[in-house]
Design a protein around this ligand. Structure first.
Ligand code: ADE
Length: 236
């Protein structure tokens, strides 16, 4: 998968997207991330990227021309172009799965009071919001999206099975995990996990997932529904 990120602040990405799993995925060549500095596509002496809004009002608006020129510099055939904005479709795990199927993503990060709307009209396939709050710009939202999407790309996680079990995929929250030592500050690891009985362990984990989801996120259970076996397991 190829990801091109259009931004005024490419340095914001270099820490977050260059560690651990994301670093390895890039080293393996499974994903390739390019940063395109919108300021490099200005044509005036002062490298102006923003201007006062037509109609008045507070703040500055990002000019359309440098963004479009930056976009046009990207070699592309089947790219899907996303603009990060609080007006967009709310990001969730299903949307992460959708985006992980794309061969080429272009992410446009706005700053200030947003981008001249003609950018959206001309080149954007979809606007995405990471939640109902306003960030200072799209960069942190883009980092969240890249992180969630890239780990779903085949070949990025060592153990693809770990994707099946996890939160929101089958819409249950995760069961608690433990590792050594068996006793930590007086707290014991649940006995069942030391039993070696994998059938019992699977049932215990399923019940923990059901209980956590029931008490913390009943909305997820309502959407998903429960099988007869799950109802018995939850209430026994
Ligand atoms: N830009 C500013 N706020 C945002 C949000 N919540 N999601 C995506 N992009 C944004």
């Amino acid at each position: 998968m190829k990801i091109d990120i259009l931004t005024l602040f490419p340095e914001m990405f270099l820490g977050p997207l260059n560690h651990s799993i994301l670093k390895k995925a890039q080293e393996k060549g499974v994903i390739k991330i390019n940063y395109i500095n919108i300021r490099d596509f200005t044509t005036d002496r002062h490298h102006t990227t923003d201007d006062k809004p037509f109609g008045g009002g507070a703040g500055m608006v990002m000019k359309a021309e440098p963004v479009i020129r930056a976009y046009e510099s990207i070699p592309k055939t089947k790219a899907y172009t996303v603009m990060l904005s609080p007006q967009g479709r709310k990001f969730n795990q299903n949307l992460a799965w959708e985006l992980s199927q794309k061969e080429h993503l272009i992410l446009i990060c706005g700053h200030y009071e947003g981008i001249d709307d003609r950018v959206r009209q001309l080149i954007v396939d979809e606007e995405i919001s990471i939640g109902d709050y306003v960030l200072t710009g799209g960069e942190i939202a883009a980092i969240v999206i890249v992180d969630a999407v890239v780990r779903l790309v085949p070949g990025v996680l060592g153990d693809e099975a770990s994707l099946v079990e996890e939160s929101f995929t089958n819409r249950l929250l995760e069961y608690p995990q433990y590792t050594r030592p068996r006793n930590f500050q007086g707290l014991e690891v649940p006995e069942i996990l030391l039993s070696g009985n994998h059938k019992k362990i699977d049932l215990w984990r399923k019940k923990e997932s059901l209980l956590t989801t029931f008490f913390r996120r009943r909305d997820l259970l309502k959407k998903r529904g429960l099988t007869k076996e799950e109802k018995i397991l939850l209430w026994q």
